[in-house]
Design a protein around this ligand. Structure first.
Ligand SMILES: [Zn+2]
Ligand SMILES: [Zn+2]
Length: 382
């Protein structure tokens, strides 16, 4: 086996590259080495495959960290966390952007050959990774929560225990491709090698396929999966639920389930990292005279002292009333910003009192107002 090239080198990026940079470089190179552009060029085909494998690892934070530490050894057979040769990402989304929607019904076509997952010599294939978008509330993100989700996915067939074969049946060489795993089809002027549809590229089929799953070893089922969302999780965080993706073909390893967490917007709080922010309107009399107000926290209302002469926009920090910090016992703070509310719909009595009050007021009561008009005077005389 030839030595594997460095993934960063393959993608022509620095070791410190961001995922955006990796994505950009990948797209450029994928267009260059794409088999449709290089028919019959095996060198390009190899490079295209390498590119997919490198991209798959470097775009996944867990796999990238493992690769940075252990190199290719992180993904050799038997190495715990690695996804082995399988687990290629689905390139279709990317290629739609690059090549436009070029038919093919979204699934099949030439990519099967390259991204079918690592098929072992015994005809097993790793299942696909799946993505699930989970919405939770800010309160749930603060406290941590357990959720049970239901997803429909390919699961191991119960009738054949995932083997795909009827009891006592043997595996035989595929009659469609004669064991090659590929068939050649004509596309216009071109001849294109495609994954054999009869054996999915494995070269072998079972003599008597299981009737429930048609020999795949997996059937579509609804599964219930329990997810533990840790306290302090961020919006957009991705959690991996190992082995809960699609079942592999004929007892192949299952893929993983990736859960992307979305946190609903909150009516009162805005989150910034582990801190929370909220606006609290107070009457202008409280702002002027000082007093105590109720402010909301995630655990209920608390009292907050407002000093006399508080201006609109003044922000008070309430320690340790923010979000928990993921993986630690620390907590962020709550920032309460005061909005001073000027009374509306004054009745005649209130109006008279305010007018009386206004007459008693001098410049000393509103120093900001005075300094602003002082500046304005300088501005006009200059
Ligand atoms: Zn079966
Ligand atoms: Zn075949």
């Amino acid at each position: 086996m030839k030595t594997k090239r460095d993934y960063y080198e393959i993608l022509a990026v620095e070791r410190s590259a961001t995922s955006e940079e990796i994505k950009r470089s990948y797209r450029k190179l994928a267009v260059k080495f794409h088999p449709d552009k290089n028919p019959g060029d095996h060198e390009a085909e190899e490079q295209f495959k390498e590119l997919g494998a490198a991209y798959d690892v470097l775009m996944d934070p867990d796999k990238r960290a493992a690769y940075d530490r252990y190199g290719h050894a992180a993904f050799q057979q038997g190495a715990g966390a690695g996804a082995g040769a399988g687990g290629f990402h689905d390139p279709f989304d990317l290629f739609r952007e690059v090549f436009g929607q070029n038919g093919g019904g979204g699934g099949g076509g030439i990519f099967d050959h390259f991204f079918g997952g690592g098929s072992g010599s015994d005809g097993r294939q790793r299942g696909s990774d799946l993505r699930y978008d989970l919405q939770i509330t800010l309160e749930e993100a603060a406290a941590g929560v357990e959720k049970e989700i239901e997803i429909r996915k390919l699961d191991s067939c119960g009738d054949c225990s995932g083997s795909g074969a009827q009891a006592g049946s043997k595996t035989v060489t595929c009659s469609t491709c004669r064991g090659r795993g590929q068939v050649v089809v004509s596309r216009g002027f071109f001849q294109v090698a495609q994954t054999c549809p009869n054996c999915q590229g494995m070269g072998r089929t079972v003599e008597k396929p299981c009737r429930s799953c048609g020999g795949e070893g997996r059937v579509e089922k609804t599964s219930r999966i329990k997810l533990k969302i840790p306290a302090g999780i961020e919006h957009g965080a991705r959690l991996r639920s190992g082995g809960n993706g699609e079942a592999g073909l004929r007892s192949g390893t299952s893929g993983d389930l990736y859960v992307v967490v979305h946190i609903k917007e909150h009516a009162i709080f805005e989150r910034e990292g582990s801190d929370l922010h909220c606006d609290v309107p107070i009457p202008f009399t409280t702002a002027a005279l000082g007093g105590e107000i109720h402010v909301p926290t995630l655990k209920g209302a608390i009292n907050l002292k407002i000093p006399a002469g508080t201006q609109g926009g003044a922000t008070f920090r309430v320690r340790n009333q923010g979000m928990p910090v993921l993986g630690s016992s620390g907590r962020g703070d709550l920032y309460t910003r005061v909005q001073v509310e000027v009374p509306t719909k004054l009745d005649s009595d209130q109006r008279a009192k305010l007018e009386e009050f206004a007459e008693l007021c001098g410049d000393d009561n509103t120093p900001l107002h005075r300094s602003f008009y002082d500046k304005l005077k300088d501005f006009f005389t200059a």
